[in-house]
Design a binder for this molecule. Structure first.
Ligand SMILES: [Zn+2]
Length: 53
């Protein structure tokens, strides 16, 4: 699973693994940020992929 600091290779909505369960939209080649709520490095889980056609 992607973590803070890694490059995103699937555009989509991601949810942080921490208690805040922050959701972010990230595009391919962007870098996974820290959690915007607790500002820690977290693991991001893909909720749903978004495709650009
Ligand atoms: Zn958090």
């Amino acid at each position: 699973m992607p973590t803070t600091g890694l490059k995103c290779d699937t555009s989509g909505i991601y949810r942080s693994s921490c208690n805040a369960k922050t959701e972010i939209a990230l595009s391919k080649s962007e870098t996974f940020p820290p959690c915007s709520h607790c500002r820690k490095a977290v693991t991001w889980t893909l909720v749903r992929a978004t495709t650009h056609k």
